[in-house]
Write a protein that binds this ligand. Structure first.
Ligand code: PEP
Ligand code: MG
Length: 601
């Protein structure tokens, strides 16, 4: 077997540890019948399996409560309800009485229930399909006597590398950080949410490995290199020593860069760039505030709802937002309203949609669920009393969405006023430009808003029609495609012309070569992973904005992403030197996938 498995670098860091292979798929069940005199025994076996599965879920629930919190643990209550549902039990027992083996009977009923839930008119039911799958797997695992693969089985201190097909919300909330040291997934890309979450949790991760779960047996030892996107299977002691050396150098390089945190990001020709932090979890706020970032350019509030059974209420949201605002005392904190949907963690599971990225998500869902949206708006206005909060709307395609949000803001304000709450009513409102519609018709979105923030992860996805989470398309996800560059340029020109602040908060801004192109396109505000702030300061302080503008102009006028990359790279190396560029992981891959491997020291 090939010992080196290559994926996409998702979160930096090097870990050496045992594999914990987690296959969370419904096991295959043979169509088996039983004789009449075995029916009673089969019924008993089924009942016992339900009891054992429930005991297991309760155990998992308790762990999730310890690892993630009481709200997150509630996700498992529904699973217990399903197990106890008399209709479900009756249906299975009916099949058993018809001489089907217990696992066969249960499998048939669950397949039908999952189909019905997926097609249900009520979103609440559709969202439960994931829980049904969990229950399906749990009970069959018991009935078939299969090994139980839960991540919760890993003992503390195991330093294990979790290898799984994809990380779902219900798996995420079970992760015991004292047992799991790194993550490797078959699915996913750098901008998929598993990658974003891994970076926020500071868990080294490699995604997009395609078939790691199939290739590994589960008893191997691995080196996971999150910066290079590699797994090395059963390494020799020499190899371990080599990687440990590299890990030490990475840490030293990061420390070395940290002293840059205090420096001003000014280009060699005197252009001041504002670097802000992307904060995904309130827990990150205090550390992010020491990165040298001047405020928060994007707080992804949807991570507050990871794997939960219910939405956080106003008070809980207020506390989360206020924590970030206080950590960044006095600096701007741009908080994005819920961007749930797509590949992002809806409460309780996924509403099943044929095209989730084109589906009922983000501002669309919020406007259709005004009570849910107003709860968030009230929490934001209350947090506004604690600092400089600005509200940002995701996935806007039309000014109607801004107008409707304003109306809800007024209602939310009236509700706070009636209660005598402390809040700030006139929070600045901004629009994310992350669809071609918003970029092309940016002039239609400027009224009454104070900033645009370009979400390049989605803008690239929608412009190039390339699913950001699809590993088979990773090399085609090219932020330097001239179409993308021209849309960004247009957004900057229109936004600036209207007196708005224009920033970029997508992953593009975190990658030095691409950040250089953005500066060239005229961006003066970039919001990046906190860990990238010092490195970007180094980039900003080494380049001329005028030269960058030349590079960006040429790149935007080129025909292909590859041509554009060559142009930008040439200017970038001329400014910062081969050595820096190589050290930043920018050279050498030459395979179009380099956008994904670029830099993450
Ligand atoms: C983006 O789309 O670039 C963005 C910043 O938002 P998210 O990655 O959360 O979709
Ligand atoms: Mg987005």
């Amino acid at each position: 077997m090939e010992r080196l498995l290559r994926g996409i670098p998702a979160s930096p860091g090097i870990v050496v540890g045992p594999v914990h292979r987690l296959v969370w798929e419904v096991p295959e069940v043979r169509h088996a019948m039983v004789a009449s005199d075995s029916v009673d025994a089969e019924l008993r076996r089924f009942r016992q399996a339900l009891e054992r599965a429930e005991a297991r879920i309760q155990q998992v629930r308790a762990r999730a409560e310890r690892n993630a919190g009481p709200e997150e643990a509630k996700i498992f209550d529904f699973q217990v309800e399903i197990l106890r549902d008399p209709a479900l039990v009756d249906e299975v027992e009916e099949f058993i009485r018809g001489h089907r083996a217990a696992e066969h009977a249960f499998d048939l009923v669950m397949l039908e229930w999952r189909r019905k839930f997926a097609l249900a008119a009520q979103p609440m039911l559709r969202e439960r399909v994931g829980d049904l799958k969990d229950v399906h797997i749990r009970v069959l695992t018991v009935l078939l006597g299969l090994p139980d693969h839960d991540p919760v089985d890993v003992p503390k201190g195991a330093n294990a590398i979790l290898v799984t097909h994809d990380l779902t919300p219900s798996l995420t909330v079970q992760l015991d950080r004292e047992a799991i040291a790194a993550i490797a997934t078959d699915a996913g890309t750098r901008t998929a949410h598993v990658a974003i979450l891994a970076r926020s949790l500071r868990l080294p991760a490699v995604v997009g490995l395609r078939d790691a779960t199939a290739r590994l047996r589960g008893d191997e030892r691995l080196i996971l290199d999150g910066s290079r996107g590699e797994l090395l299977v059963n390494p020799s002691e020499e190899e371990v020593a080599k990687y440990r050396g590299r890990a030490e150098r990475e840490v030293a390089a990061e420390l070395e860069l940290r002293h840059l945190a205090a420096l001003e990001p000014v280009t060699t020709d005197g252009v001041r760039i504002v670097l802000r932090a992307n904060v995904d979890l309130p827990d990150e706020a205090e550390v992010a505030a020491t990165s040298g970032a001047e405020g928060v350019g994007l707080m992804r509030t949807e991570f507050l709802v990871v794997g939960r059974a219910t939405m956080p209420d106003e008070e809980e949201q207020y506390r989360a937002y206020s924590r970030v605002v206080r950590a960044f005392a006095g600096q701007p904190v741009i908080i994005r309203t819920f961007d749930v949907g797509g590949d992002k963690l809806p409460v309780g599971g996924y509403p099943t949609e044929a095209n989730p990225f084109l589906g009922w998500r983000a501002i669309r869902m919020c406007l259709d669920e005004p009570e849910l949206f107003k709860t968030q708006l009230r929490a934001l206005m209350r947090a506004g009393a604690d600092g400089d909060v600005r509200i940002m709307l995701p996935l806007v395609v039309t000014f109607d969405e801004v107008r409707q949000t304003r109306a809800l803001l007024r209602e939310a304000e009236a509700e706070l006023a009636a209660r005598g709450a402390t809040y700030r009513p006139d929070l600045p409102l901004g629009v994310m430009v992350e669809t071609p519609a918003a970029a092309v018709a940016a002039d239609s979105l400027v009224e009454g808003v104070t900033f645009f923030s370009i979400g390049t992860n989605d803008l690239v996805q929608y412009t190039l029609a390339v699913d950001r989470g699809n590993v088979n398309l990773a090399a085609r996800f090219t932020p330097l495609h001239p179409a993308v560059l021209r849309l960004i340029q247009r957004t900057v020109d229109i936004g600036r012309g209207a007196g708005l602040e224009v920033s970029v908060c997508g992953e593009m801004a975190s990658q030095p070569l691409l950040a250089y192109a953005l500066i060239g396109l005229g961006l003066r505000q970039l919001s990046v992973a906190p860990r990238s702030v010092p490195l970007l300061k180094r980039v900003v302080r080494g380049v001329s904005a005028e030269r960058a503008a030349e590079a960006a102009r040429e790149a935007a006028a080129s025909r292909t992403a590859a041509e554009a990359e060559e142009i930008v790279r040439g200017h970038f190396i001329a400014a910062l030197g081969e050595e820096f560029a190589a050290g930043a992981g920018l050279l050498g891959s030459g395979d179009g996938g380099s956008f994904h491997s670029s830099l993450s020291l």
